[in-house]
Design a protein around this ligand. Sequence first.
Ligand SMILES: [Zn+2]
Length: 188
Amino acid sequence: MGWAEVIGEKTSEKIPYTKFETGSTMIRVLDNEPYSYWSHWLNKQQTSVACLKKDCPICGVIAQMKANKETPIYTSSQRHAVRIWNYTTNQMEIMIQGKNFFSQLLTLHKEIGDITTYDIKVVRKGQGTDTTYTLLPSAPKEFDTNDKTIVDVDMEKQFAPPTREEMLLLMEGLTWAEINGNEETVEQ
Ligand SMILES: [Zn+2]
């Protein structure tokens, strides 16, 4: 909100989310601490949605199904996000990963030093649920921001959950496009 949006400075361009291809991708992490949030996976729409935390209807269904000793139709997982520079796509991106990936980053952060002070080679192997990532740190080197567009991201806003009403529509199986009447989607 605000004048920056009116003149198109802030939200004119969407920040892309990182998609690692099989093989190696060199990145520079730009935030030395992740933004963490809980998300639910919607099988039908093949998308995830941020948990509402308070009175979340999906959490409600999960709790009830667990209480009935049924396998919940939704899953919850904690996601972590940081801004990165992707040398392959040559752009700033938001990288979202789970515990496994970020545990490796934390190890580098503790053992090698601040993760924003060196490039990291991300090696992706496998597909789907068999996907594994190996992180290989490079020698510390100042990040050259020349010719690079780096912007701040309000992560709270970026990963804000939908309204309760929207969440209920998603649970009924509607897609974001159907709810909003456009193609606006947030991949979480
Ligand atoms: Zn929830």
